[in-house]
Ligand binder design. Structure first.
Ligand code: CTP
Length: 420
């Protein structure tokens, strides 16, 4: 395949025994016609020789800001701007952690921070290091910044342990790069998540209502019942729809986040009842409605105008009543032309439960998050979803930033609306 021909690729090699595999990777990339520049960290040089890589890449290997053999400074900004793509392979736990937190103590991390092109990283480490929550959190952060994970392989590791953590094989990395370039991804810059004039206007002329965030059910003047929803997923959906030309109404529960795009009309609400009123008030002029809010299912049966006192009580019982199910209500009143989308957050029997919700609430599609998936749900910048549609089609998506997930959801809705 010729997609790699003429592509300018920086390979960042970090300290891992798997660094030897990058010699073969470099050879294959050069053979495919790519222009390769290598950056090695100090730790990488303890595993492999720079000479191997300068020979294979036909370029001087970069390592220090000021190389010992000359007085010339290696301009990390220029290197970063030169590249169409940066591939960090093997990416050690240490380098992943630096990238996730913005530590810039060597040439590779400086180039990474300066670069505007896509960054792909292929981790390599021991099983326990790979599984450690610190590593997994760093990977989640890197994905949420718009970087792309090349999945690790599984098998025997240098330590003798068997499991996940192996650097992907050079042929698999090449395949990943080819697919990535074919999908047009090298043209996507890190900044393009928020501003991209090339975004298609496929939602132009549509009016959209999105619910997002938590609700707060008031007990007394100082207390309420709520949940951990940040509203991030719904906000990302609203931003993406506005960028694609729609008129967007975002009915947003109490959260610290808000959309950056001033074109999104925000309707702030507090309780489930407020949200019901705001959404139903907008629904009849809506083409597409997405209910992404984590609405409280129950609310206190009564509200105390004064602070509830603890005096004399050992136990305290709260009497709650059901809130109105906004999504179900919209499913009952929707016309054939209106598209209705719900969310389901499940911990078990995910597909079965989501299918039941799709049918019971008369939805066109439902976006399923499983609490069992790492990186999915309330507290993350990333999400891993499965979409189930009214034609019983089930589609799994990779772990991605919520911004990318929003694009996947809109792409799906647009394709579904065409066939509705
Ligand atoms: N939803 C809503 N109004 C409510 C409750 C939920 O609009 N009062 C919407 C959510 O925004 C989401 C979907 O319904 O799109 C979630 O479905 P639901 O059946 O409420 O899920 P759970 O609350 O997780 O239900 P259960 O506890 O039965 O699993």
């Amino acid at each position: 395949m010729a997609v790699l021909k003429g592509k300018k690729i920086i390979i960042g090699i970090t300290g891992s025994i798997a660094a030897y595999k990058v010699a073969m990777l470099t050879r294959l990339l050069v053979k495919e016609g790519a222009e390769v520049q290598i950056i090695m960290t100090e730790a990488a040089k303890t595993f492999v020789q720079a000479l191997t890589f300068s020979t294979l890449s036909k370029n001087r290997v970069h390592s220090e800001f000021v190389p010992t053999e000359g007085a010339l400074w290696t301009n990390h900004v220029e290197l970063g701007l030169w590249a169409d793509l940066i591939l960090i392979a093997p990416a050690s736990a240490n380098t992943l952690s630096k990238m996730a937190t913005g530590i810039c103590d060597n040439l590779l991390t400086a180039v990474y921070l300066s670069a505007k092109c896509p960054v792909l990283f292929a981790p390599a480490m021991d099983l326990d290091m790979w599984k450690h929550p610190a590593t997994q959190n760093n990977i989640e952060k890197l994905i949420s910044y718009g970087n792309h994970l090349i999945p690790v392989g599984s098998g025997e590791l240098a330590s003798g342990l068997v499991g996940e953590g192996r650097l992907a094989e050079p042929e698999d990395i090449i395949q990943f790069l080819e697919k990535f370039i074919e999908n047009g991804s090298t043209a996507v810059s890190k900044e393009s998540d928020s501003i991209d004039s090339s975004v298609s206007q496929d939602l132009k002329g549509k009016t959209i209502v999105i619910s997002a965030g938590p609700t707060q059910e008031s007990l007394d003047p100082v207390r309420f019942i709520s949940n951990h929803s940040s509203g991030r997923m719904g906000i990302a959906l609203a931003e993406d729809a506005a960028a694609r030309g729609a008129v967007v109404h975002l009915v947003l529960g109490p959260t610290n986040l808000k959309p950056e795009n001033p074109a999104v009309n925000v309707h702030p609400v507090k309780s489930a009842e407020d949200m019901f009123q705001a959404v139903t008030g907008l629904f009849n002029k809506t083409d597409i409605a997405i209910m992404a809010a984590a609405v409280a299912d129950f609310t206190p049966i009564s509200h105390s105008e004064t602070k509830i006192k603890k005096s004399g009580k050992d136990n305290m019982f709260l009497e709650l009543k059901r809130t109105k199910d906004i999504l179900k209500h919209l499913g009952e009143i929707k016309s054939k032309e209106q598209v209705l989308v719900g969310f389901a957050l499940e911990t078990n029997n995910e597909i079965e439960n989501a299918t039941k919700k799709l049918k019971k609430k008369n939805l066109d599609l439902i976006v399923l998050n499983s609490m069992r998936q790492k990186g999915a749900g309330f507290k993350h910048n990333t999400n891993k979803i499965t979409i189930l549609d009214r034609y019983n089609k089930i589609t799994d998506f990779e772990l991605k930033s919520k911004v990318e997930v929003a694009t996947d959801i809109w792409n799906y809705i647009v394709s579904l609306s065409v066939s509705l």
